[in-house]
Design a protein around this ligand. Structure first.
Ligand code: MLT
Length: 268
């Protein structure tokens, strides 16, 4: 399915009925990273997955990407689907977008799942690394980005023993255009520090992290859990950064349980 927003076409899936859960994917993947969550949860919930601008089957303009704009695209899609409020699940970059979304549209957020993400902004070295990666994308294309991202995203055991999952991640990365990859890097480098926001988050919040996540390690998850009022924290064993792909059943069960509790606590 496609929705138009300011001349940009955004691809999405909308499956199931009932309390809505909106999934925001990681860098530099696409909505198919949520296929197993969609399959597990859409019999009980309305599951919406989105190809963020610059990814998958959405348009990938050359100029210019910000997290504010990504949050605006998500809000426009909710309007298009007549969804006043939802539970949001953001993994890594999806979590950065979720912080921005909450800043701008808190009244649309019934609850949040912040998975394998962090509240801190990039350090100066981190920003420099984004610039270097954008240069690599520009000169060598998305497959060079897949070579860099796969060891950062999956655990060594997964890389050794689950070639089909490695292939799935590589295919998602290689399916993106250079403009979208460079655009994400630019947007993430410019994102503000969300640590001061944490204490002001008033909606139910579930934090999830893979115990082996090195990109956004459990210490970052613990910081969010300590500062967001009443947040819950789940640490998923035998999973690294893409915990929803490495341990899909457990990840889906945590989201499903949390969504049921949030749904019971009032009408969306
Ligand atoms: C992601 O998985 O979205 C990225 O690792 C986030 C980042 O590079 O900060």
């Amino acid at each position: 399915m496609q929705a138009k927003n300011n001349d940009i076409s955004i691809a999405y899936h909308d499956q199931g009925k009932g309390f809505p859960i909106v999934f925001l994917h990681a860098f530099p993947l696409n909505q198919t990273m949520w296929a197993q969550q969609e399959a597990a949860l859409s019999s009980n919930f309305r599951v919406i997955t989105i190809d963020l601008r610059g990814h998958g089957e959405s348009d990938a303009p050359l100029w210019r990407y910000t997290l504010d704009q990504a949050a605006g695209d998500v809000c426009a899609l909710l309007d298009h689907l007549s969804i006043p409020q939802a539970l949001f699940v953001g993994l890594s970059m999806g979590g950065y977008i979720l912080f921005t979304f909450y800043r701008k549209y808190a009244d649309r957020v019934r609850g949040m799942v912040l998975a394998d993400t962090r509240a801190q902004a990039d350090t100066p070295e981190g920003k420099e690394g984004r610039f270097q990666m954008a240069q690599i994308a520009y000169k060598q294309g998305p497959s060079a980005i897949a070579d860099i991202m796969i060891p950062k995203s999956l655990s060594p055991a997964t890389i050794r023993t689950r070639p089909e999952l490695v292939h799935q991640v590589r295919t998602m990365i290689e399916g993106n255009q250079m403009s979208g990859i460079a655009g994400d890097l630019m947007a993430m480098a410019e994102r503000p520090d969300s640590v001061p926001l944490l204490k002001q988050i008033a909606c139910p919040t579930q934090i999830i992290v893979g115990e082996l996540d090195q990109a956004t390690p459990p210490a970052d998850a613990k910081l969010m859990a300590e500062q967001i009022p009443n947040a819950r924290l789940a640490i998923i064993p035998n999973a690294a950064h893409l915990a929803n792909l490495e341990q899909p059943e457990l990840f889906s069960a945590i989201v499903g349980d949390f969504a049921s509790n949030v749904a019971r606590s009032g009408k969306p």
